[in-house]
Design a binder for this molecule. Sequence first.
Ligand code: SR1
Length: 380
Amino acid sequence: MKKGLILLLLSLTLILAACTDQQPSSQEEEAPEEAVAEESTDTTESVEQTAQESDAEIPAAVDKPLKIAAIMEFSTGTFASQYVSGLEAQVEKFGGEVQIYNANNDLSQMANHLQTAINQGVDGILIDHGRAEALNQGVEEALEKGIPVVTFDNDITVEGVTAISQDDYSLAWGTLKQMAQDIDGEGNIVYVWAGGFTPLERRNVIYEAFLEHYPNVKEVARFGSVSNNTALDSQNQMEAVLKKYPEEGSIDAVFAPYDEFAKGVTRAIQQAGRDEIKVYGIDLSDEDLQIMQAENSPWVTTAATDPAEVAGVQVRFLYQKIAGEETPSIYALDPSVVNVSDLPDEPVTMADVGQHIEGWGSPNAARTPWMDALEAKNGQ
Ligand code: SR1
């Protein structure tokens, strides 16, 4: 390993240790390097179980049609739609019913939805995005009333909650590392980002470290907003940047750490005929694959997990909690880096991306043997 890379990894470790938006870990007392490593390894081992006994005894608490509430900050974009499909598929396999509450980017509405779900006496609550300051109180109330909670992509730090993530630090580093190599450690880049969203805040920690490590990489423009049409907004904002930097070669790459950002900037670059600018994104969907695989697409790399799998893991942890099983405080899925150059010429979909990308997917995470029996009983 090169000396520079070792220094970067050391500085990333220090930054991660200081980062306050990470979920509390049961290994908090450990050295930071060990704690970070365990987030993606040891915890995985403890929760990944290959179901061998489909006739395992189903705990009585889950052996009935459960009512699950999914409290979402927003449901726009392909990541969110795949995530919702994943929630519905896993809950249905377990014979339950999930009600989706979409707050349309309004945190106080999200808190209201959480309250509604508690008042309705649901059996379990899933939270997607949102911020602790808006939701902590409701989460505490849910736990007091015996309703288990599993969160995804937020900074809630209430004891008893399992918080899952896509390991945003690895996502960001995976795609930025590829960018650094492609531009040979120097060049002008554009950064698309919006604050206030836990995964984007975490990805930004890595971006800041990346800039420090590569002093010859210069950020020439930054913009970003999350709205009901993030891709279109990003497209418009990128068009303005391209007008400001009209000469070929004045921009080398764009870091767009959310696929709705990446879709928008890719369209702006294509429409301006500036295909020399490469896009490095995060997330993956059928639509993203189509955009990335188009001829001469500027979007060359993305780092991602499968959103449907994220949802499946979250639902399974919730059912484990309802069944009275131990679940970890934190769990991070392992992302993969997807380079267009790794894909064949034929169109690839989410269903077969695993055939081309090593390590893609973790379908057995948070799976207990009785889950097979429960799925079989519900005809799945
Ligand atoms: C506005 S936050 C968008 C991110 O949430 C999920 O973590 C997806 O990865 C997406 O990039």
